[in-house]
Design a protein around this ligand. Structure first.
Ligand SMILES: Cc1cc2nc3c(=O)[nH]c(=O)nc-3n(C[C@H](O)[C@H](O)[C@H](O)COP(=O)(O)OP(=O)(O)OC[C@H]3O[C@@H](n4cnc5c(N)ncnc54)[C@H](O)[C@@H]3O)c2cc1C
Ligand code: SF4
Length: 330
């Protein structure tokens, strides 16, 4: 599949990038590592006149500990750099675990944390070549007016399928967004809309520039578990991140994030209330697994059945909670 024609813009600073966004934002795609955007452009899911390649902007790379104990990560920092950071592994292990499961080593060398956060949602009926989509019929997400997955509905249910966002949600991460109008900082939880087509609250003239991890989230025990078809390279079809803090044998704080089973990654509400102040055993871990499964609403957007994916959320949550609590090392 060939790439459509486009003009490549290669700014060396965020100021140059903002100039380009001010001029061309209606007709431009942002490129970081390109590991998701380029295959999607080959499939003719995007055909912008301009591609804004951020990779020459050195100021957007790197993991920077801050004097107040928090950490800033530049949006262009590679997934590999995050996976291999001993500093992050010590303080925010749920993030390095999730990063290590993304795609393959080659793709992790190219792919960035900003691209992973901004990743497009996925569906069997959407991530296909133009010829395939023409043959089977276009859908709401692109060029059509019906949904093959939920016929009769008007909503797109394509699944958000990034691995680091559920871990970042567990860490209460924030992100910095810049545009020609200025800079804003928001909790990552406010970035996602819950819609499969219009899945993020990023305007066409905005860039994600930094990720912030608060000092208060450091030191949590972290586990990430993921269901995929090919263990060596695939997107998640269900993913669970767990971050737990223990005190005197009891749970002092608990956060559970899920991915790939809804149009947005989500924190499971109520997990903390179930776990707080209690020693974790099988029955309690079962109850948390049930809660996470209830929040998961997978549809037939992937090769595995929704029932199986929801069940795996339940099983992974239970196992991850037991492992994070030290109740079961497996
Ligand atoms: C075979 C294969 C397997 C994969 N498996 C996984 C997997 O297991 N888990 C997973 O999470 N991902 C997976 N991916 C997707 C991808 O490799 C990763 O999500 C990667 O982190 C994306 O980062 P990138 O820099 O390459 O993004 P790009 O492809 O450059 O961009 C992705 C999207 O984000 C936007 N974007 C990128 N950076 C910014 C920014 N700073 N500001 C605003 N918008 C931005 C782009 O415009 C585009 O819409 C896989 C991809 C392939 C091809
Ligand atoms: S969920 Fe429906 S509208 Fe969305 S991409 Fe799939 S088929 Fe298209």
């Amino acid at each position: 599949m060939s790439l459509p024609q486009f003009k490549l813009l290669r700014p060396r600073s965020t100021a140059e990038a903002l100039d380009a966004l001010a001029k061309y934002s209606g007709n431009l795609c942002v490129l970081a590592g390109g590991t998701d955007l380029i295959p999607s452009m080959r499939q003719k899911l995007f055909g912008p006149e301009y591609v804004l390649d951020l990779r020459r902007i050195a100021g957007l790379r790197g993991i920077q500990p801050q004097p107040d104990g928090s950490v800033e990560i530049g949006a262009l920092t590679t997934i590999r750099a995050i996976e291999r950071s001993e500093f992050l592994r010590q303080r925010y292990p749920v993030l390095t675990e999730a990063a290590a499961t993304i795609a393959s080593p080659v793709l992790r060398n190219m792919g960035t944390i900003g691209g992973n956060i901004c990743l497009d949602t996925r569906c069997l009926w959407y991530n296909q070549s133009l010829t395939w989509r023409k043959g089977c019929g276009f859908c709401i997400k692109k060029d059509g007016d019906l949904c093959h997955v939920a016929p009769g509905g008007t909503k797109c249910w394509a699944a958000f399928s990034g691995d680091t966002p559920p871990a970042l949600l567990c860490l209460h991460a924030g992100i910095e967004i810049i545009s020609p109008e200025g800079t804003r900082r928001i909790p990552l939880a406010d970035f996602y809309t819950g819609l499969g087509d219009n899945y993020r609250t990023l305007k066409s003239n905005e860039l994600v520039t930094r990720v912030f991890l608060p000092a208060s989230s450091a030191g949590y025990k972290g586990i990430y578990r993921k269901l995929r078809i090919r263990g060596s390279i695939d997107y998640p079809l269900a993913g669970v991140a767990v971050a737990l803090k223990r005190s005197n044998g009891h749970i002092a704080d608990a956060r559970i994030g899920i991915t790939a089973v809804n149009p947005a990654p989500l924190l499971v509400k109520g997990a903390m209330e179930l776990l707080a102040g209690k020693p974790v055993d099988e029955t309690l871990a079962d109850a948390v697994g049930d809660l996470a499964a209830k929040v998961s609403k997978p549809l037939t957007t992937s090769a595995l059945t929704p029932e199986y994916r929801r069940e795996m959320i339940r099983v992974f949550t239970k196992r991850a909670v037991l492992a994070a609590a030290g109740a079961n090392p497996n």
